[in-house]
Design a protein around this ligand. Structure first.
Ligand code: DUT
Ligand code: MG
Length: 581
């Protein structure tokens, strides 16, 4: 707990001056608010009874002074509102950077178990709540305390009885404000949840709009949407109910305090225990002690929201990336691509069953090997161990004789190129997306890579060529085109080790042939792992490995494995026959 506070306070550190300036102007502003009625009181009790000449002069001076003070107060309020918020935004900026760069460090295991929407709301909503608390919290508390305590001291020194009358209403006000504020804030939270629902529904609908239309299900979608939209209105109604209750009730209570003070004050005047001016002073102070009550109650809510947002923030920040550089990690130069699995065992964190058990495999540099086996046998898993997307739970993997856990992650992954079935393209142009493989690449290199990947021709057939915007996730491209862009990326990256995971599975025969051609060109002189369901695509692999639940069951060339009349032959015959039918 203590270290959480320390860490929270540490966010103020770069903005110490801002914070102090903020607090200084908060105090100054509060002090001026307290002083103004005192000047009025001085005028009404003393100055008006002076000789007229003298009194006129003093009144003019004091009026000017009061105008001046109001201007200063206005500046204080402006400073708090403007620079206070900027400070909050800058703190939010720092925290957002922190959590985003933390996201970049976390491993596959983390993302396997998270929802993207929730991770996003940590960055947006939670941080907003925290920064609101961080910049409004201190000033609100200080202003409220000064105003409340100050007006209490001033009033009690004027008249004790009337002070008691004025403050007698406060407990009622506190209870009322507390109750309605809580209800109101909860209702607002509910609103936000409902609008989040609507947003995610819209997002889901728009992302799947092609499916919606293909099933002609627009009406069903509309109905679903209306439901969510109606829930939003109901929730809003509730929040406006409490908002109305809160404001009207507190307004009435404040007026009641005024009436109470005037009534009792009038009685006291008639009994000659106080002067009319005292009563005026009291009336001038009423806002100064009712407002802090509202502010402090608001603060308790704000604190709860901010703090729970902060805890969710820390929850993420406290997760240590389970895959990171060892202290003595090295950079390898001129990686050849000899890969050796030694007694490799692996299981996913959340399951107790081993996916891979005691796998031994030696792949020489430049070798082209294929992994086949039934779905779920662990082919993808085996390949994702090489770039350390996951760490082995037993045994080790070596590249050129070095345990991959001793190689710097960046260096390791720079040496491995991956082409998968579902290609992820970023929103942007074709040029940008290929350049992702090597950010420093020149345009010439990019065109070269595209040519190698058999992509240049189709790119040039677009009116904007390489500057064509491909839309979100490359929606404007065909499957084969996307695949060739992802191959161009890897050409540009130029790594000695390659992994093709079902790279052509989603394609028709014609585009498969084109993509296959570019894949084989890419694979030349590189250590290559190919996972393929269509055995026709891996016939010429130098080595085919059959992976099953029991591990590596068969190993050899296509002809050798056929001759063995084992699992591979079974798989092959099955596909061969189904092809003919
Ligand atoms: N598995 C998990 N968690 C994951 C991924 C996979 O528990 O994040 C399990 C599912 C499966 C086993 O690991 O039982 C192996 O999965 P993998 O994806 O490696 O299988 P595959 O051989 O690549 O199957 P496919 O041919 O369907 O791609
Ligand atoms: Mg797979």
């Amino acid at each position: 707990m203590e270290h959480r506070w320390k860490k929270l306070l540490s966010y103020y550190k770069p903005f110490k001056k801002w914070l102090f300036a903020d607090l200084f102007f908060a105090i100054l502003g509060a002090a001026i608010t307290l002083v103004l009625p005192l000047i009025v009181r001085y005028i009404t009790t003393s100055v008006v009874y002076m000789q007229s000449k003298e009194s006129i002069q003093i009144i003019i001076k004091l009026s000017i002074a009061m105008f001046g003070l109001v201007l200063v107060e206005a500046f204080c309020n402006f400073f708090i509102a403007y620079y206070g918020h900027i400070m909050g935004a800058k703190i939010e900026f720092n925290m957002r950077n922190e959590i985003f760069s933390h996201y970049q460090k976390l491993s596959f295991t983390f993302y396997d178990n998270q929802k993207v929407g929730q991770l996003m709301s940590r960055v947006t909503n939670d941080l907003f709540e925290i920064s609101e608390l961080l910049h409004h919290g201190p000033e609100d508390v200080i202003i409220s305390i000064i105003k409340f305590v100050g007006s209490f001291i001033i009033l009690i020194s004027i008249n004790e009885e009337l002070t008691l009358v004025a403050f007698a209403f406060l407990p009622l006000m506190i209870i009322y404000a507390f109750y309605f504020n809580r209800k109101m804030k909860n209702a607002f939270k509910e609103n936000r949840a409902k609008i989040a629902d609507i947003n995610s529904q819209i997002e889901d609908n728009l992302s799947g709009i092609r499916v919606v239309k293909s099933f002609a299900n627009e009406d069903i979608e509309l109905e679903k949407f209306h439901e969510g939209n109606n829930r939003f209105v109901r929730s809003k109604k509730r929040s406006y109910f409490y908002m109305g209750g809160y404001h009207s009730g507190l307004g009435a209570l404040t007026t009641m305090i005024t009436i109470g003070v005037i009534s009792i004050g009038a009685l006291l005047i008639s009994k000659k225990t106080i002067e009319v001016t005292d009563l005026i002073t009291f009336l001038l102070y009423i806002n100064n002690f009712t407002e802090p009550v509202k502010k402090l109650i608001n603060f308790t809510e704000q604190f709860q929201n901010g703090w729970s947002g902060y805890e969710r923030f820390l929850e993420i920040m406290d997760i240590q990336p389970d895959i990171k550089d060892a202290k003595d990690a090295i950079n390898m130069k001129d990686v050849k691509g000899n890969i050796e699995f030694e007694n490799v065992t692996f299981r996913y964190e959340e399951s107790n069953e081993e996916v891979l058990n005691q796998i031994n495999l030696k792949v020489k540099e430049g070798e082209y090997i294929a992994l086949v086996g039934s779905s779920g046998a662990g082919k993808t898993t085996l390949c994702s161990l090489i770039p350390r997307f996951y760490d082995v739970t037993g045994g080790k993997i070596q590249i050129d004789g070095t345990d991959i856990r001793r190689i710097k992650l960046k260096n390791l992954r720079d040496n491995i190129g991956i082409v998968q079935q579902d290609v992820y393209l970023f929103a942007g142009t074709i040029m940008d997306n290929i350049r992702y493989g090597k950010p420093s690449a020149t345009d010439k290199e990019i065109v070269m890579a595209a040519k190698n990947a058999n992509a240049h021709d189709f790119i040039m057939s677009f009116p904007n060529g390489y500057d064509t915007d491909i839309g979100q996730r490359g929606i404007k491209l065909s499957g084969g085109q996307k695949q060739r862009l992802s191959i161009a990326r890897v050409f540009l990256k130029n790594p000695p080790i390659l992994i093709f995971d079902e790279a052509t599975s989603a394609l028709d025969n014609e585009s498969e042939r084109v993509v296959q051609e570019s894949l084989e060109k890419l694979a030349k002189n590189r250590t290559t792992f190919v996972i393929a369901h269509r055995l026709s695509t891996i016939r010429n692999a130098q080595k085919i490995i059959v992976l099953t639940e029991n591990g590596i069951e068969e190993k050899g060339t296509h002809e050798e494995l056929l001759a063995k009349r084992g699992i591979y032959e079974g798989l092959y015959n099955m596909q061969f026959k189904s092809r003919i039918q």
